[in-house]
Design a binder for this molecule. Structure first.
Ligand code: SAH
Ligand code: SF4
Ligand code: F3S
Length: 442
């Protein structure tokens, strides 16, 4: 059968979609060119904010036409939304044309469920919490052969009070270091040059394993793999980013000089209510240490406005903190109430109008800072791993620098997958533009 997967949400989901594609192809199915021609349609969903959920629900509604035109098609809703309390029932009631609800623990059962539906035409729901999934790599069909995701751990134990992730992805489970290394070796043998190690909190890696290990040791143990030239990771929690890890990264040149350290708020009262486990002073100390050890590194963050109880004064503290920290870039979010999380029950919810006003103010403070950093890169020569033609134009290539800035530059598609030296010519808030510095690039 022809399958089509639409992915919402973070890198975890992007990689889960690669795994579902890999499993389906192993079972003999093939990728469809577009949704309209697909016999198996999978939506891999995200529940992190209400806006993401509403968008997905709208898309699911549109699947009705697909089912009417293709009554034998199999419609699957997978991913984080399916693990929310009562959501599977709600979806099936609202959209009776759906066939399978596949939770985040049940990916490996997808091919079997497809077969069952073909034979019995009975709805299937599997969203039970199941921690027995093996640590071995499941087959994946990688979207990008040169840059690959490798999951190092599943779940999250942090329970930040706003966040749904621990409820939909379960407790932390680290994969064995040997399995991770093996997966990376086989990716390198297939020509992969850059690895993104994935986990909700990568620096908790190993805490649940019987063998004593941690994220720093994992980085050391995979650093020598021939062919892998860059190692990235996502996401690291500021609370657990210790000196050992900083020193380890310093010794390991393949680990990219880009520190994404989501701070969420720049006000101690709010950080405490969020259960983030660090203060603004501790956070500032951490980024000062990063800047001292890695003067060339970029530091980026996530920020949230309108967390329950955030007063104008609290928000003003966050604005000042953002000015003080001078991040290379910040991903900004409006707090969204997620049912089942402690913050959702907080009586001090902030109005939509105030949240909107605050996010605009925050971006107004951050954007010029980001632009300044990017402008400072003008004239520099940066090594860019070419990812592909840009979305807008075939003759413009796109890729990232070591410190994770996006660079667009004119060049031929044949360079995709190669490291190319690019001279930075101009800068915008979210990307750089450049020119190939040396056409004899490796
Ligand atoms: N594990 C990662 C992030 C996961 S979610 C970490 O801890 O950094 C990615 C980002 O979404 C978070 O950093 C946070 O800024 C935002 N986010 C999470 N829950 C949210 C909510 N309920 N409302 C708005 N933004 C949220
Ligand atoms: Fe959510 Fe916090 Fe876990 Fe990140 S660390 S996934 S924000 S609970
Ligand atoms: Fe969304 Fe799930 Fe990722 S809720 S952000 S897809 S872990």
């Amino acid at each position: 059968m022809l399958y089509y997967i639409e992915t919402f949400g973070c890198q975890m989901n992007a990689h889960d979609s690669e795994i579902m594609a890999g499993l389906l192809e192993q079972a003999g199915h093939m990728a469809a060119g577009c949704l309209a021609e697909a016999q198996i349609v999978i939506f891999n969903t995200c529940a992190v904010r209400e806006s993401s959920e509403n968008k997905i629900i709208g898309h699911i509604g549109n699947l009705k036409h697909h089912k009417e035109a293709n009554p034998d098609s199999i419609l699957v809703i997978a991913g984080c939304m399916t693990q929310q309390n009562g959501m599977a029932e709600k979806l099936l009631q609202k959209f009776p044309f759906l066939d399978i609800i596949l939770g985040t623990y049940a990916l490996d059962k997808l091919p079997r469920y497809i077969e069952e539906i073909c034979q019995k035409r009975k709805k299937l729901v599997d969203n039970i919490e199941n921690y027995t999934v093996s640590s071995c790599a499941l087959p994946s069909k990688r979207l990008d052969k040169n840059r690959a995701y490798v999951t190092i751990m599943h779940g999250c134990n942090n329970f930040c009070t706003y966040c749904i992730v621990p409820y939909v992805r379960g407790r932390e489970r680290s994969r064995n270091p040997e399995d991770i290394r093996q997966e990376m070796i086989s990716l390198a043998q297939d020509g992969c040059k850059e690895i993104m190690l994935l986990g909700q909190n990568v620096n908790s890696y190993g805490k649940d394993l019987s063998k004593k290990t941690n994220f720093a040791s994992l980085l050391r143990s995979v650093h020598d793999i021939e062919g892998i030239q860059r190692i990235r990771y996502m996401t690291s929690h500021p609370r657990d980013f210790n000196d050992e890890l900083l020193q380890t990264i310093l010794e390991l040149p393949k680990v990219c000089r880009c520190f994404h350290l989501p701070v969420q708020a720049g006000c101690d009262k709010i950080l405490k209510k969020m259960n983030r486990g660090y203060t603004t002073a501790e956070y500032k100390k951490l980024i000062a240490a990063v800047r001292e050890l890695f003067p060339e590194a970029s530091i980026t963050t996530d920020l949230m406005v309108g967390f329950p109880g955030e007063t104008d004064e609290d928000f003003a503290e966050t604005l000042q903190f953002v000015k003080d920290c001078a991040f290379d870039a910040a991903y900004t979010f409006i707090y969204s109430k997620r049912s089942g999380t402690p913050a959702a029950k907080d009586p001090e919810q902030i109005s939509a109008a105030v949240k909107k006003k605050r996010i605009l103010e925050l971006m107004e403070v951050q954007n010029p800072i980001s632009l300044n950093y990017n402008k400072a890169m003008i004239g520099r020569e940066e090594l860019v791993l070419v990812e592909g033609p840009s979305h807008a134009r075939e003759d413009i290539l796109t890729g990232h620098t070591d410190n994770y800035k996006i660079v667009n530059f004119p060049g031929d598609k044949s360079l995709v997958g190669q490291f190319v030296p690019v001279k930075i010519m101009s800068a915008k808030t979210w990307h750089l533009t450049g020119q190939i510095a040396n056409k004899d690039a490796e």
